[in-house]
Design a protein around this ligand. Sequence first.
Ligand code: CAA
Length: 289
Amino acid sequence: MMSSINRGLKVAIVGAGTMGRGIVQVLAQTEDVTSIIWKGRSLKSIHSAFSDLEVQLGRLVAKKRIAAEEASRFIRKIVATEDYADLTDAQCIIEAVSENMDAKRDVFVSLAKVTSPDTILASNTSSLSITELASLTANPANVVGLHFFNPAPVMKLTEVIAGLTTSQCTLNWALDFARKLGKDPVVVNEAPGFIVNRMLIPMINEAIGILAESVATAEEIDKAMTLGANHPIGPLALADLIGNDVNLSIMETLHSETGDPKYRAHPLLRKMVRANLLGRKTGFGFFKY
Ligand code: CAA
């Protein structure tokens, strides 16, 4: 197992959704990461994610934050695949598939078949158990949580989560890695929702309750929290940024893991998900995009 990060790190990432795309951009912009293997469900899904990444990097070029040659160099670091076998020689693999234990379990079982026990396996889960994911692998000591925040290229925090079996060496490696990526990490001992989502998602759920009771409109609720609590965006705009499917999944995890009724998902949140009103990613949520 690596105790420090060598130059020329090869990192793989599984998942091409909102978080996968953001994390790939962070990896690509990190000098020490020289090679990225990006696995999506299909080459088609990866190709659309690639176009999105090109747009994001193009914006940075237009703002003169990076040179056009740099953007091309970042893109050239990335190799797309739909095959787990191509991830074999990555030193670290970050799982960023949907926030669903069955989906994540499938990924970890597949990774266990193709990786060496030395590989660091990191999950970007927002609330699920690292210990459970680790139990599916040959070397649970090398499994850690690496939780990025949306939008990943902008948000400074990474929660580094220690499962019950995560070794101190792996935890130190993950902290060092997060700093290399330009993040300012915090260490969290595994608990449902970790630190941020245990507070943030119930707040969003409460905002949905206020909306459902017609206490105020979505605009007024968000205005109240931006002007009254100095939040950069209101809770309902944030719900749309995160995705209502993710919000619901996190509320369900908090509820089922603790048994505490205060974490009950609001019925309106459920309805929004059933209606595919997921937020920015589907074009409609509490607001229209
Ligand atoms: N990807 C890359 N960069 C982005 C971006 C994206 N998706 N969205 C915005 N940005 C960048 C913009 O390019 C801009 O960059 P510059 O300042 O360098 O020009 C910067 O962010 C600010 O963007 P805007 O001026 O367009 O808009 P803004 O001032 O409203 O900022 C924001 C956008 C940073 C997202 C801000 O609204 C914000 O901080 N919102 C709260 C975000 C938050 O709380 N995220 C955590 C969600 S919880 C989570 O992710 C955990 C989980 O598990 C659910």
